[in-house]
Design a protein around this ligand. Structure first.
Ligand SMILES: [Zn+2]
Length: 349
């Protein structure tokens, strides 16, 4: 696998922020203009689907604000003391607040600590910046505690709340932030960028399509071997349908591969199977390269079953963003798939 240059991951921190992404230039200029005219809001709500570069943008902007000798285009110099401290993850005026444990909430104690630190003057005399993500993971008590700082921020404070699910945040929090939407980039900007990073060993166009057009998600897919897993997921659906696979064991494997990713793939497969079932030659398939396997599976099932599982998968996606037990959730989904298709299990493959 080609090495991906540091600086772009699906979870960028200022330590590896680097340059603005090519599809974010207009937004970048807008933010610099706000700053130059003293209109930079004290709280931003960065919204957009996973993998469009919200965190990267926040990290790059934080670094630019804290850099003591930014370039004429507003980008951080990467070599001043401030940039070096950020890279080391030890800048005293920058904090990132994330759940202490993967899949858990951001807790009130974390926000209280943040509030306390933001009440003081900055160490370097400039901005004090905090980035929170996923902001929708703040529990109610944490969100209420954050209101205090959102309502009465001290001077030169910048809070950046990052989320792909803004509706999951309390309205009281949303209304006190300037909302900034990050949309999917056009392919003519995303693809050259992606090709440059992935090299010739990856099919950038296919990865971008599989990532739903989100470039950083495409990079993550290339990294975590999901192109390999996605075929295995389909084999599992096939095996479960024919009573040849154990749903509990397969659920455990899916959890290991990343429950949220697997359920997203499952959702895409079901949508494609509904398309295949509804039209002889559907014009649009997300997983066009797997249409033979998809055809084989959907021939053995009913349209009503597919719609039922589409709904269940949507529920599962929503639940996975809460603190649900992923193993149980996937077991339910896969047992349901096996049971609903049991009548067809005796049919030939
Ligand atoms: Zn610098």
């Amino acid at each position: 696998m080609t090495d991906i240059p540091s600086g772009i991951t699906s979870g960028t921190t200022p330590g590896n922020a680097g340059q603005t992404l090519p599809w974010q230039h207009a937004r970048w200029q807008e933010m610099l203009a706000w700053r130059a005219s003293g209109r930079l809001p004290h709280a931003l709500l960065l919204c957009g689907m996973r993998g469009v570069g919200k965190q990267h943008f926040a990290a790059t902007f934080a670094q630019a604000l804290l850099c003591v000798q930014p370039a004429s285009d507003g980008q951080a110099c990467q070599v001043c003391r401030s940039c070096l401290l950020l890279r080391a993850g030890t800048h005293p005026d920058y904090q990132q607040i994330t759940p202490v444990e993967e899949g858990k909430s951001i807790l009130i104690d974390q926000i209280r600590e943040l509030n306390a630190s933001l009440a003081f003057k900055s160490h370097a005399g400039g901005y004090k910046i905090a980035a929170l993500w996923p902001a929708d993971r703040m529990n109610t008590a944490a969100a209420n505690a954050l209101l205090k700082t959102l309502e009465e921020p001290s001077a030169h404070t910048l809070l950046m709340l990052i989320t792909s699910r803004p509706a999951a945040l309390p309205a009281t929090v949303r209304s006190r932030c300037q909302r900034i939407n990050f949309t999917l980039p056009p392919a003519d900007l995303a693809l050259p960028w992606l090709r440059e990073r992935l090299g010739a060993t990856h099919d950038a166009a296919q990865l971008l399509a599989l990532a739903g057009g989100a470039p950083l998600k495409a990079i993550a897919l290339a990294h975590n071997g999901m192109p390999l897993h996605r075929t295995a997921l389909l084999d599992d659906l096939d095996g479960l349908q024919r009573g040849l696979a154990d749903p509990v064991a397969r659920a455990a494997a899916w959890v290991e591969w990343g429950a949220a990713d697997c359920v997203e793939w499952l959702f895409g497969y079901i949508v494609d199977m509904i398309r295949l079932k509804s039209a002889a030659h559907p014009p649009r398939l997300k997983n066009r390269d797997l249409d033979v396997q998809l055809q084989r599976i959907c021939k053995r099932t009913e349209l009503s079953v597919l719609y039922r599982h589409l709904e269940r998968t949507q529920d599962a996606l929503r639940l996975l963003s809460t603190q649900v037990n992923a193993q149980s959730l996937l077991e339910d989904a896969l047992i349901g798939w096996a049971v609903d298709n049991a009548a067809a299990s005796s049919q030939p493959a």
